[in-house]
Ligand binder design. Sequence first.
Ligand SMILES: [Zn+2]
Length: 200
Amino acid sequence: MYSPSINNLISQFKRLPSVGQRSAERFVFCLLKSGKKDVNELREALNSLLTNTKSCEICWNFDDKSPCHICRDLKRDPAVVCVTADPQDIPVIEKTGEFRGTYHVLRGLFEMGDEMSSLKKIKLRELLTRLKTGKVKEIILALNPDMPGETTMLFLEREIKKHFSTIKITRLARGLPMGSDIQYADEITLGSAFKNRIRK
Ligand SMILES: [Zn+2]
């Protein structure tokens, strides 16, 4: 129905989370109507994202430099590592002001029914390699209290205990209701969940 270039961009937008056919069509036609200046600005932003953003070699957060600004900060405690599913969880946790350790971003969670391929995608091997240095004394599992989050946390607990029995493992306290999303938690709830984390 549409030209190949329009269809191509629609398909690209549909790869983004929560974008269906209708939303993708709206984005493409909005760009076509808005003119060359806006489209060029979008292209510049995408180029800059590609050129300037790097994966932190320690924690797998995204930043302009590797190691990222948190891993480079000498005031942070590298012995305490907070494991998150996504990079977007970090600013939310930082806002609570309760955490002065470092992070490890898994870049995903176990998908139900597809555990084996999720295992390859998430940065678990990288976490275990990091723990081998012996510098990490505590792991805080800060994943969402829903099914994928719970399954991933159980797996991580088992793997860490198996290989590094002296590392203390804690979870965020149940200030977070079951099924909720860390990215939408208010600072007070998330802050108290950090203070009252559960020893595993
Ligand atoms: Zn880092």
